[in-house]
Design a binder for this molecule. Structure first.
Ligand SMILES: Nc1ncnc2c1ncn2[C@@H]1O[C@H](COP(=O)(O)OP(=O)(O)O)[C@@H](O)[C@H]1O
Ligand SMILES: [Mg+2]
Length: 230
């Protein structure tokens, strides 16, 4: 039965979706109209006023991205289950994020051990969960470093590992890394790992990280294989 009193985070999420996202979208649309009308009265595209418009547009986009990420965090993930072959999901992900790693001079590879079983999962959300780990790895790894996505499994469990040779975490950062809004990055939201954890736990799995300062980090997702217990 539906909970008549949704948890606080969900009510806040609904409020934000309505009270923040709608006006934000209206602002973006109206800024587009303003820019178009301006260009009819100010013929010089190099004019300062267009820089101001572009700056407002960038700020609105970054606010919009934050709201999207916050909602992803605050709303419980609703899973749309399908049979997911982890090998091809991770291959897609590697193809998607590989160029960005290449631009930074970081090598990205995928290592599949054996023939991991397919899982009943929401492929889109699971990909997002792993992507957050890879993005963190990329942000922490300087040029010349490596990121390896590994997957292995048996009849009961599947493990997806993201291993980087980046800066690692100090003993006071590691225990807080999964806390909502905890970030050490300028411009970070601190929501990537909490979102990953929510998605993984919604699949009946777990996620953990180990790290050594100056040497690198390993993040591992474990997922149950076979008929879902719930
Ligand atoms: N692979 C990693 N290497 C080093 N530090 C990491 C790594 N992954 C996460 N962290 C730390 O955990 C913090 C929280 O990560 P996250 O929840 O994704 O938020 P954000 O990426 O917005 O900072 C990061 O700011 C960073 O300090
Ligand atoms: Mg992150």
């Amino acid at each position: 039965m539906a909970d008549p009193h949704p948890p606080l985070a969900e009510s806040i999420a609904a409020g934000i979706a309505h009270e923040v996202r709608n006006p934000l979208n209206a602002l973006q649309i109206n800024l587009g109209i303003l820019e178009q009308e301006l260009s009819e009265i100010v013929p010089d595209r190099a004019s300062h006023v267009f820089e101001v418009v572009a700056k407002i547009a960038r700020e609105l986009r970054s606010l919009d991205d934050f709201v999207t990420e916050f909602l992803r965090f605050a709303r419980p993930p609703r899973l749309s289950l399908e049979t997911v072959a982890m090998r091809s999901l991770l291959a897609d992900l590697t193809t998607f994020i590989g160029p960005e790693c290449g631009r930074k001079g970081v090598s990205l590879s995928l290592v599949v051990e054996g023939e991991p079983e397919a899982v009943e999962a929401d492929g889109f959300q699971l990909k997002h969960a792993v992507l957050n780990l890879v993005l963190n790895a990329l942000q922490a790894t300087p040029s010349g470093g490596t990121i390896v996505i590994g997957v292995r499994g048996d009849a009961h469990e599947l493990a997806v590992e993201v291993r980087d040779t980046g800066e690692g975490m100090t003993g006071d950062v590691l225990p807080r890394a999964f806390d909502a809004f905890f970030t050490t990055r300028e411009g970070g939201t601190g929501l990537g790992l909490p979102i990953t954890r929510r998605i993984v736990e919604a699949h009946g799995g777990t996620v953990a990280m180990r790290s050594r300062e100056g040497e690198g980090t390993v993040a591992t997702i474990w997922l149950p294989v076979g008929p879902r217990a719930r």
